[in-house]
Design a protein around this ligand. Sequence first.
Ligand code: ADP
Ligand code: ZN
Length: 519
Amino acid sequence: MSEAALKVLKEVFGHAGFRGAQADIVQHVASGGDALVLMPTGGGKSLCYQVPALLRSGTAVVVSPLIALMQDQVAAMTQLGVRAAFLNSTLDLDQVREVERSLLDGTLDLLYVAPERLNTPRCLDLLSHIRPALFAIDEAHCVAQWGHDFRPEYLQLSVLHERFPDVPRIALTATADPATRDEIIDRLALHDARVFVSSFDRPNIRYTIVDKDDARKQLLRFIRTEHPEDAGIVYCLSRKKVDETAEWLVAQGLKALPYHAGMDAATRAAHQARFQREEGLIVVATIAFGMGIDKPDVRFVAHLDLPRSIEGYYQETGRAGRDGGAADAWMAYGLADVVQQRRFIDQSEGSEAFRRISGSKLDALLGLCETAQCRRVHLLAYFGEEGVPCGNCDNCLNPPETWDASVASQKALSAIYRTGQRFGAGHLIDVLRGKDGERIRQWAHDQLSVYGIGKAEDEHHWRSVFRQLVALGLARVDHESYGALVLTEAARPVLRGERTVMMRRIPERVREAARRARS
Ligand code: ADP
Ligand code: ZN
């Protein structure tokens, strides 16, 4: 059987050999077993069901929520000579009938179906007239109710097991935290499935997270020193910032193009094609850029804004170094990013539970940003994997010192408290440093006991303290008032002097670079 699988891999897909767990997975599913595949994005999940689809008789049914990608997938399969089609809401009735006819005629190898379509009596009835080769459930984490991609239609996919107990099922996802894994197994009734967990480690990526000062200049310095001629992706949160940053990089003499959903489709496609084809091009993009890019030699991925979660960060940085060569994941992060992301969460339409989960995902990401530990170890631990310090991330290469920040924390927390928990870090720092100004006088903050008690330290120092207070959960950014810092319950023992707070010291080298970037 593995002979046959290899033959299909070579002759149909044109690949020389399987990668990682692919061979085992293909073997297992082709011989009729159920499987749950946890593999990072870009790991090669598709072949895990496409090859068995061709090895088993009948049509393989692939459930996918990504309707927008189905047409591309079918086109790509057709080009390889695989007989593929899709059923989703973009087809008119005649087209649906045609696909249904080929299915009944047994002339399809692969059928992609949207979950809401599959759950209809019409579709289930249709499937009962054929003998499906297998069911592949892509993006299986969509079944996890508290996940950020939850799709109610996915819950009904357990019907597949009831209606077609003898047809093997393979569920695939790039979300590997243990809670999601268990939920997938439960809700899809995959208790007998073999679980294939691929490592999420990307050893050739060097992770660096810097303290944001003047992000654009920091970025330029990073590109000029580390990747002067290389292809890379720069992620920004807003379309406006994408346009501005791309323009600015071009003005600095770099080859850069913007990409975001607000641009017309033709321009977008043209920019993507140029990125794919040309060497040394930088694309400045929102997260709309990513799906379907398959450029192996992206040498760096830079974030000028904070992603929403560790999953997002991992997925976006994962686009670097697919060829296995050394690559950089570089991010600049500051408290303003946290404030902004919080605001998105608080203003989102989602349920209370959704907001709570989004909040804790953001906190997990802040933990990664502020850790003094190996970034890779921290990242892998989040995905339920153990690792040893990598020797290749910023923290391993330049271990951050930690310092006893208990007194500084007391000062900063007192400043929050004394000013009525209504101000952002910028104003609080002015108070601590005893700055004079209209705003200070207007609120009579120069009359407070905390006024000027942080004079000995510079603004940079205090910014880092406030950021870490948030990351440590001692203060949080408030919902309603615009980015005001408020105390949490955990701040009490610190204020009473009952708890020590250790923080990472921003290395002098980094401060120096920040000062230079500013000037
Ligand atoms: P995922 O769905 O896990 O994100 P894909 O299935 O899209 O990943 O595969 C990512 C890329 O890796 C694709 O371009 C695919 O052609 C390539 N790929 C996957 N498996 C192999 C292999 N065994 N040999 C060569 N290329 C592969
Ligand atoms: Zn490390």
